[in-house]
Design a protein around this ligand. Structure first.
Ligand code: NAI
Ligand code: MG
Length: 504
């Protein structure tokens, strides 16, 4: 099928992340094999903590897309005919293989994204195995219904796969966000072509390579490359029958337009500007800890669910801001691969400039309060590292760009409030509606607001990251469709066919 030479990589788990990055360099994975791009072109993969190039990725274009989709389409009928529980069992087997490689994957993702090993990267790798295990266990749940129609007619529905699924993923939690797409797609009998994010192509490629040791060739293919040159041709390819995308609102709309032209379904997981609402009766220390995790400070705030608007009831406002700043101040920024590090770097020079632009604008706003926390590491080896101090702003006007737009960096805005109705209105005054959290011991207020907040996910007295089995996805500009649950697999990766038998 393919004329390029296959490339080999270490089989056993390895903790030598630099050597693994080099071994995976310059490859797509098409039809079960690691292969270079047709053009032979590559682009650099950079460690954001040092500025050093750690490897390369294959520069994909429409020719590579065509090869990957052809392979996925060729593999799909046999994959779909396999018993769904058998498909699930293979995905569970992939989960077990990945569990054996958690440490390796954690180090590799830390290397290419700058996310701290202990607080972020290892957790993400474990979560991938959890998600594959969860969906793998759902093979038997691809059930249909019997429909009462007429006495001599047996009418049933069956769940059928859609065909080839195109998945476009971002760089912030690439392994986890990819798992949420490929696991349900594969278990439902689709085959997939993933387009990785240009900033983080290697750890996801390793996962694809590991899973290809278990899955039949062609079921799970991966391309690296840039959005317009590699992502766009994947969306428009006629054999791609479903697209699932996570990334910016701007590109989400481009993807949705292209999908609508082909009349194929699309799932979009886009940005957020998630509110956290803190009442004076909350458990104070738990809530301060909750604000640190909600804002995803350990990930430099690079999360679509980051609590980037924190509303605190006035009697505890000053104490809360001070306690939050103290807590963040005590966090250690440093080498992502060091176990002592709490906070690593942001992903790229572009994101660094974008976040810094927001911070500069916030600082220049009249009357604001600003607390810059933690310290930029002084290790000479990290002097080119893309470290940004976490910033806590107070007294920003609601019209500020920092309050309205997704910053995707370690920047949160804290506001006092006096009244539950007013804070609900403020929280809902956003183009986004992804996630929200409420912190109170008053169940009546908590549940009342939970029902009226415009968000896909509302948590009271906790703010966990996405978990298998919990429906996840936004309203308003935050997206279209849900992920992570059994229902998401059924609704977004299958269609319902009716079969009728007249035995009268
Ligand atoms: P992006 O939306 O440009 O990139 C996400 C993915 O889409 C990447 O794989 C990219 O190659 C691909 N892509 C870009 N243009 C495309 C096109 N025309 N057709 C098909 N695929 C295309 O996001 P980017 O530039 O990495 O980040 C910009 C902002 O987006 C961030 O600052 C953040 O606000 C938001 N974002 C939100 C994420 C989320 O989890 N919802 C994840 C990443 C970014
Ligand atoms: Mg972009």
């Amino acid at each position: 099928m393919l004329d390029q030479p296959a490339i080999s990589v270490p089989q056993a788990p390895t903790l030598a992340e630099g050597a693994l990055a080099r071994a995976l360099s310059g490859c797509h994975l098409i039809g079960g094999r690691l292969v270079p791009s047709r053009s032979g072109a590559t682009f650099p993969v950079v460690n954001p903590a040092t500025g050093e190039q750690v490897g390369t990725a294959a520069l994909g274009d429409a020719a590579d897309v065509a090869a990957a989709v052809d392979n996925a389409a060729a593999a799909q009928p046999a994959w779909a005919r396999m018993a769904s529980r058998k498909r699930g069992a293979l995905v569970v087997q992939c989960a077990a293989l990945i569990r054996g490689h958690v440490e390796e994957l954690a180090r590799l993702i830390a290397l290419e994204t700058g996310k701290a090993l202990r607080t972020e990267s290892r957790v993400e790798a474990q979560n991938v195995a959890d998600i594959l295990e969860f969906f793998g266990g759902l093979g038997g749940e691809l059930k249909g219904e019997t429909v009462p129609f007429a006495p001599d007619v047996l009418s049933v529905t069956v769940r059928e796969p859609l065909g080839v699924v195109g998945a476009i993923i971002p760089w912030n939690v690439p392994m986890l966000l990819m798992a949420l797409k490929i696991a349900p797609a594969l278990v439902a009998g689709n085959t997939v072509v993933v387009k990785s994010a240009e900033e983080a192509p290697l750890a996801v490629l390793r996962i694809c390579e590991l899973m290809n040791r278990v899955l039949p060739p062609g079921c799970f293919n991966m391309l690296s490359g840039f959005g317009p040159e590699c992502g766009a041709p994947l969306v428009v390819h006629p054999l791609v029958r479903k697209v699932t995308f996570t990334g910016s609102v701007e590109v989400g709309k481009i993807v949705a337009r292209a999908a609508s032209d082909k009349l194929i379904p699309v799932t979009l997981e886009l940005g957020g500007k998630s509110p956290m609402i803190v009442f004076a009766d909350c458990d104070f220390e738990r809530t301060v800890t909750g604000a640190v995790t909600s804002m995803r400070f350990t990930r430099q705030g690079q999360s679509c669910t980051a609590a980037s608007r924190i509303y605190v009831e006035r009697p505890i406002f000053d104490r809360f801001v001070a306690a939050l700043a103290d807590r963040v101040d005590a966090m250690v920024m440093g080498d992502p691969l060091d176990e002592k590090t709490d906070i690593g770097t942001v992903i790229s020079r572009d994101q660094f400039a974008k976040v810094q632009g927001f911070i500069d604008e916030g600082r220049a706003t009249a009357g604001v309060g600003v607390l810059a926390c933690s310290r930029i590491p002084d290790d000479p080896g990290l002097k080119k590292g893309l470290f940004i101090q976490p910033h806590i702003f107070t007294n920003l006007p609601a019209s500020s760009r920092l309050v309205q737009q997704e910053i995707f960096g370690p920047v949160t805005c804290v506001f006092p409030f006096d009244d539950a109705e007013a804070v609900l209105a403020e929280a809902n005054d956003s183009e986004y509606g992804l996630a929200a959290s409420l912190w109170t011991n008053n169940l009546r207020i908590g549940l009342d607001l939970a029902h009226r907040l415009q968000a896909g996910l509302v948590q009271i007295n906790q703010n966990l990251v996405v978990q298998a089995n919990l429906s996840y996805g936004g309203v308003k500009s935050s997206g279209l469709g849900k992920e992570a649950s059994l229902e998401a697999m059924l609704e977004h990766f299958t269609h319902k066919k009716t079969i009728m038998v007249n035995y009268g």
